[in-house]
Write a protein that binds this ligand. Structure first.
Ligand code: CAA
Length: 285
C-alpha cells in the first residue's frame, strides 16, 4: 500500500530547506522544520514569511491561504521532534560528513519504515544512505532554487532504494505540484551536470576579462532567452554552494569543465557569497 505522507520533517532551513518547507505546507502537509539553533530557526522563518508575502503580493496566495500555510509549519531546534514524521527531507550544507552524521541520528529517531530523503545536489545518496540501517529507504529529492517557483524535482534512486519508496516519493512530488524525474545516483544528476559546466565557463570568461558581467548575463538572457544570466544565477545559488557542487563533480568525473574557476574560491574567501550576503558578482540591498 502506498505510504500516506502527512507530516514531513525538513532539516536545515537555509535557502533550499525553507523553500521546501513552504512548498510542502502550501500543499496542505504538516511540516516540522528543524534548524540547529534559534538564530537559524529565526532566519528560516524569516525566509518563509518573506517568500509567502511576495506570493501574496503577486496574487499566488490569498491571506487565508498564507495563514494556513504558515500555521502548518512547526519550528524546532530539537531533532527528536522528528519522531512523528512520515518522511524527512534533509537540506543541510553539502558536506558528506555532516549528512552522514545526521542520517545516522535520523535513523535512530524515526520509525523504521520512514523514508529519509536528501536534497543533496551533488553528493552520493548511496554514501549517505549507508550510514543508516535502512539504505533501501533512502532517496534523493533534489529541488531547484527557488523551490516555491521551479517545478522540477530529481528523485534519486540508488542501487538499493526499494521500488515502492521511489513510487511513493514520485507521487508526493506530483502532489506538491512538481514534475519529478527518476535518475540514478550520478554526480550532478541531470540538471547540475549540464548547468554547472556552463556556469563555470562564464566565471572563467569573466575572470579573463573576455566580457563584462552585464554583457555576459545579457548574452544569455536576451540572446538565448534564459530567465537569468549565469553570473546573476550564481549569486542566487550562492558561490559557496556552487563551488562545492563543482568540486564534488570534478572529483568524481575529472572532467575539466567542472574544475572550479579560481575566481570562485577567491570570492568565497573574501565573503562574496552572492545574494544571501548582499554581495557576489553583483551587489544587493
Ligand atoms: N510561491 C508561489 N509563486 C511564487 C512565489 C512563491 N513563494 N514567489 C514568486 N512566485 C511566482 C511569481 O508570482 C511569478 O509568477 P508569474 O510568472 O506567474 O508572474 C514567478 O513565480 C516568478 O517570480 P518573480 O516575479 O518573483 O521573479 P522573476 O520573474 O524575476 O523570476 C526567478 C525569478 C524565478 C528566480 C527566475 O529568474 C528564474 O527562474 N531564474 C533561474 C533560476 C534557476 O535556474 N534555478 C536553478 C538553479 S540550480 C539549482 O537550484 C540546483 C542546485 O542544486 C543548486
Amino acid at each position: 500500500m502506498a505510504r500516506d505522507f502527512k507530516t514531513i520533517g525538513v532539516v536545515g532551513l537555509g535557502t533550499m530547506g525553507s523553500g521546501i518547507a513552504e512548498v510542502l505546507a502550501r500543499s496542505g502537509l504538516s511540516v516540522i522544520a528543524v534548524e540547529i539553533d534559534a538564530d537559524g530557526m529565526a532566519r528560516g522563518r524569516g525566509h518563509i514569511e518573506h517568500s509567502t508575502a511576495r506570493a501574496l503580493g503577486k496574487g499566488k496566495l490569498d491571506e487565508e491561504g498564507r495563514a494556513g500555510l504558515l500555521g502548518r509549519i512547526r519550528y524546532s531546534t530539537a531533532l527528536p521532534d522528528l519522531a512523528e514524521a512520515d518522511l524527512v527531507i534533509e537540506a543541510i550544507p553539502e558536506s558528506l560528513e555532516l549528512k552522514a552524521e545526521l542520517f545516522a541520528e535520523l535513523d535512530k529517531i524515526t520509525r523504521p519504515d520512514v523514508v529519509l530523503a536528501s536534497n543533496t545536489s551533488s553528493l552520493s545518496v548511496t554514501e549517505i544512505g549507508v550510514h543508516t540501517t535502512r539504505p533501501g529507504k533512502v532517496v534523493g529529492m533534489h529541488f531547484f532554487n527557488p523551490a516555491p517557483v521551479l517545478r522540477f524535482i530529481e528523485v534519486v534512486r540508488t542501487v538499493v532504494t526499494e521500488p515502492d519508496v521511489i513510487d511513493d516519493v514520485v507521487a508526493l512530488a506530483g502532489r506538491v505540484g512538481k514534475e519529478p524525474v527518476v535518475i540514478g545516483d550520478r554526480a550532478g544528476f541531470i540538471a547540475n551536470a549540464l548547468l554547472f559546466g556552463y556556469l563555470n565557463h562564464a566565471v572563467r570568461m569573466y575572470e579573463q576579462r573576455y566580457a563584462t558581467r552585464e554583457d555576459l548575463d545579457a548574452a544569455m538572457r536576451f540572446g538565448c532567452g534564459y530567465p537569468m544570466g549565469p553570473l546573476a544565477l550564481l549569486d542566487l545559488i550562492g558561490l559557496d554552494t556552487a563551488y562545492e557542487i563543482l568540486d564534488t563533480m570534478y572529483h568524481q568525473s575529472r572532467n575539466r569543465l567542472h574544475a572550479p574557476a579560481p575566481l570562485l574560491k577567491q570570492m568565497i574567501t573574501a565573503g562574496l557569497l552572492g545574494r544571501k550576503k548582499g554581495k557576489g558578482f553583483y551587489t544587493y540591498d
